[in-house]
Design a binder for this molecule. Sequence first.
Ligand SMILES: [Zn+2]
Length: 592
Amino acid sequence: MRTSKAIFTAVLLASMSAAAQQAAESQPSAAAPAPDATQTAQPGSAAAQAMPIAPAAAAPAPTTMDQVVSLFIEREHGLIKMLATRTPVVETYLQNLSADPQLGPVPSEDHYFLGRMDMGETVDRKDYLKEQEKSMQQRLMGGFAKLYKVQYQPLGFSWMVYADRTDFDREHYNFRYARREFLGEVRCLVFDVTPKKDAGKGRFLGRIWIEDQGYNIVRLNGTYYPAPRNSYFFHMDSWRLNLIPGYWVPAFIYSEEGDFSAGVKNKNAFKAQTRIWGYDLKKGGKDDELTQIRVDSVTDESSAAQDASPLQAERAWQQQAEDNVVERLTNAGLLAPEGDVDRILQTVVNNLQVTNNIDLPRPVRTRVLLTSPLETFSVGNTIVISRGLVDVLPDEASLAAVLSHELAHIVLGHNLGSKYAFNDRMLFSDEGTYQNLGFRHIPEEEAAADKKAVDLLKNSPYAQKLDNVGLFLKALQQRAPSLNALLTTHLGNPLATNGTVNRLSGLATQGPALDNTKLDQIAALPLGGRVKINPWNDKAEMVKTAPVAITSARDKMPFEVTPFFPRLVRYGSGANAPAAAPTTAANSGSGN
Ligand SMILES: [Zn+2]
């Protein structure tokens, strides 16, 4: 009956190998060849017609660095104007660090921010982290809390989407050419940027990388200076991707503070990843409701001219709820459109189904939640797993384990969310998603699903690899008390409660003891190493990286934040265009 469904374990091993610590594959190389003076800027010529946004007109090739400065100032103003109508999703995940003698700086607590950024608002830099009469730690966090209180105006960590939103010009800044350098396959001119005397507070101070065809800024690294009294600017490394013709849009910002050398007592050590996506989302998800009427393609596909039986009606109702939720989460910028990662997830689910003779009336679907916190949930027959969770899983068996819990809910008929078949329940603002949707099961259903999941796994191709799942659960348990934000779920049941892992407890003691000093024991991976998101269209795909040898226990960095080092490519170039890979640099140490 299921002859077309084979088991594809081997296919997945390539993308789910345990040795997937990330390569800093696009480390800036040394001296680049001299620029070709005859080259003119031709942003995205081939694919320009298909895109809704017109690329900038080709500029004459500059012959002096002074002309280059004029060009990139002009291009930056063009980017600010182009993005002024956009409201992308912005997520910041921060880990406070404390020193561990064996493992180096490790997370001691964490914080999570998610919101929508209005790119059209003028940023008032004077309000930035202006909290008085508090310790620096409190000022830092108080500043964030204040900024993030309004969910749709999260600034703070996303400050460095631009060098200077209002005054990026020669009146306020000195630009000094430093050198040429490749970032990925993109040749760049590097400039040091310093604010002019009396340019005012909170000006950009640092370095920018300019690609040498359209003269757009592709990377910014530095801080803001001088800080207003009693406040504090942190350091940032901000990366842009060429996702549409002619423009490089802000995608990743890494922040880091702290010094762990002997004698230094900096209590503000942290590292944070800020990701921006959903540039192509409609504002509030409602703008096009009355402008796009497509009735011509709708046909009646029911197999027989019969009314639904009560059971058929119940299933159709649940499917309607499932479709409503998937569509609403996608429009809110929280769910990736169906894509490459789903094929891998579905193969794993299929492996579990085939070996357990599970035949469901409707196929199980999978989707990727775009956020970092570790969570899974299911609605109808759709299993949702977060990007962050796929990132940290060490191997395919562990992926199968977390998916098996949701498959068990489906098999056991623990349907949730049928109330969302009523369309009025989908009418809320995007930022109200977490208040309006939820898929948490009662404890009895959780326990039953965990028990069933273990049965499914023991009867699957992953039966011999459950030691790895046990190791992952032990690693999660070891870090759980300091990763409260990463383990706080927003739609589904948590994997851990109050610092104690409770998911798949039947496997928690499986396998060898966790040993941080064993270099070949990779129980969990850092964040950001598996799934890359295209920030323009939210599509998710697996990262392709070469394995990097682990040389010390500090290389493992389970569940940790690392710097971003995307391999920059031009729009439409190469096989993996248009999105560049947001790979992360392993073992980067302090990047300031
Ligand atoms: Zn559950």
